[in-house]
Design a protein around this ligand. Structure first.
Ligand code: HEM
Length: 506
């Protein structure tokens, strides 16, 4: 550490007349890492932003970190200059853990480009329309689950997000048992990979050579842990795709995105790409959607006036005798505004996955060295009080003009920026929109009451994780009208007769 730090200081002193963006003082040698906020760093960056400005610089043992607190800077660097800012941090642990399949972590280059092209092909706006029938069926299942087991609404959010992704990818007719099994395999893999024990191995980033330590040697515990994670990562990748492969041979599997892609695979490289696409989609597209859906229940319980207004708009637009469909979307601007406000109010990623610069750059007179980790602080951007007064209030009207039409503030910042922007955003948006409008059409979401009929307050808490999700909370979910249950049962029995979520206890 001593030698390395001295070397970095020497490198830095040779660029003394170059100004990095401002930031908190680095502190003593051993104190350098301690300036790095470990808990909810996005909040600390907002505070530092007030003191040092919208562009911050941290130097952690020679690793430059640039934090962007303002949208304009993120757009300029990560979008307009995206040719320079689209790499990802290098972390030898990723390969040791077998997570190099994940497109989100892939370095910017040929391999990433090929995967990204396949993603575009499968999930661009036009292609995503193909998944709507399946999304509708699974959202009907969600309504039925809320009708029969409303107390488990949080699990239903996760089940719905999983069911949509697994069925789209692996088999449109995937049975709930198989979905549950695949989900379990994924959850185990993701959980172990995010384990502090493993994720916290920062010294390996500084001294990548240590990855060659033999597994048995003292200090190589990280390698033994990584090999356990790798086994789970291999299961995540192989089990569902083997199911499709075998099913195609035996004629026992329904149509799906993966089966379509496999039909056109001729070499191992193509087969691997399909595997990576499917696994990356599950990693990127289940917990994120589940988190936003859970935040939606939280917002509706906390802001009943918004809920009431939305329900009135739905009733006025489509009547009360049917469930909503995607065709209702353009006629419901208030619901679109709720979606935008949800993504602003509760961004799944308060900090966007770091982009890494591949060349030295100068921006606004500041020097941004090659290899800097550039992090967009979406939390700060969505809390900009000039643009969003009272930012903690859930107020969809901020996205509407005086006539009730949508304004042009339509960028969902929590999907990221530039060439690495989330490729699953169209699919995620469609799922969330239909789920929200379907739930509002059929249920009332309220705070729970105690034995004296007094509302039990909800504490708005969010997990301290890079992928944010609401902390535990309870709410009451009851059918809105006499015909809500009837409409849901009808659609469950006519459109998806195989739905077996829960047993009807009501
Ligand atoms: C509410 C839901 C979602 C949110 C908030 C979200 C957010 C994000 C963010 C912030 C990134 C990084 C962007 C950047 O680096 O600038 C990302 C990347 C990614 N997301 Fe999503 N995502 C969601 C849903 C999905 C879905 C449904 C899929 C799959 C269909 C998906 C697949 C991916 C993939 C593969 C990447 C890596 C892209 C790359 O590095 O080139 N995500 N997502």
């Amino acid at each position: 550490f001593g030698l390395y730090s001295t070397y970095r200081q020497w490198v830095d002193s040779s660029t003394r007349d170059i100004h990095y963006p401002p930031g908190p003082p680095a502190g003593s040698f051993l104190g350098k890492a301690s300036i790095f906020p470990t808990s909810r760093p996005w909040l600390t960056y907002v505070e530092w932003g007030k003191k040092y400005g919208d562009i911050l610089h941290l130097n952690i043992y020679g690793q430059h970190i640039i934090v962007l607190n303002a949208v304009e800077d993120a757009v300029e660097l990560l979008e307009r200059r995206s040719g320079l800012y689209s790499d990802r941090p290098k972390d030898p642990m990723i390969t040791l853990m077998g997570w190099d399949f994940n497109v989100e972590l892939m370095p910017y280059g040929q391999q990433w480009r090929a995967h990204r092209k396949l993603f575009q092909h499968c999930f661009r706006s036009k292609s995503s329309i193909a998944y709507r029938t399946l999304q509708s069926a699974k959202i009907n299942d969600l309504l039925y689950a809320l009708l029969t087991r409303p107390g488990d609404f949080r699990s239903h959010c996760k089940e719905t997000a999983s069911a949509i992704m697994m069925a789209t990818l692996y088999d449109n007719d995937l049975k709930p048992d198989t979905t549950d099994y695949f989900t379990k395999v994924f959850d185990e893999g993701v959980k172990r990979a995010g384990n502090d024990d493993i994720a916290g191995v920062t010294f390996l980033k500084l001294f990548p050579i240590l990855r060659y330590l033999p597994t048995w040697s003292p200090g190589a515990r990280f390698k033994r842990s990584a090999s356990g994670v790798k086994q789970l990562a291999d299961r995540m990748r192989d089990i569902p795709i083997d199911y499709v492969g075998k099913g195609l041979l035996n004629g026992t599997v329904g149509p799906s995105l993966v089966s379509d892609l496999l039909e056109n695979c001729y070499v191992q490289k193509e087969f691997d790409m399909v595997k990576h696409l499917a696994t990356s989609s599950c990693v990127g597209g289940i917990d994120t959607v589940a988190s936003s859906l859970t935040s939606f229940f939280l917002a509706m319980a906390l802001f009943p006036a918004v809920q009431k207004k939305a329900q009135e708009k739905i009733d006025m637009s489509m009547g009360m005798e049917r469930l909503p469909t995607f065709n209702d979307r353009t006629a419901l601007p208030y619901l679109e505004a709720i979606y935008r406000e949800l993504m602003r109010w509760a961004p799944v990623f308060p900090l966007i996955t770091a982009h890494v610069s591949t060349e030295d750059d100068i921006y606004k007179g500041f020097y941004i060295p090659k290899g800097s980790n550039v992090v967009a602080n979406v939390w700060s951007m969505t809390r900009n009080e000039e643009k969003y007064p009272e930012p903690e209030a859930f107020n969809p009207d901020r996205f509407l003009d005086a006539e009730g039409n949508l304004n042009d503030d339509d960028t969902v910042l929590t999907f990221g920026f530039g060439r690495r922007i989330c490729p699953g955003r169209h699919m995620a948006t469609a799922t969330l929109w239909l789920a929200m409008v379907s739930v509002l059409a059929t249920f009332d979401i309220r705070k729970k009451t105690d034995e004296n009929g007094k509302e039990i307050p909800i504490d708005r808490d969010y997990a301290d994780a890079l992928r944010s999700r609401p902390g535990p909370f309870e709410c009451s979910i009851t059918p809105r009208r006499g015909n809500s249950a009837k409409l849901i049962r009808e659609v469950i029995h006519t459109i998806s007769p195989e739905s077996t979520i829960g047993s009807d206890t009501r």
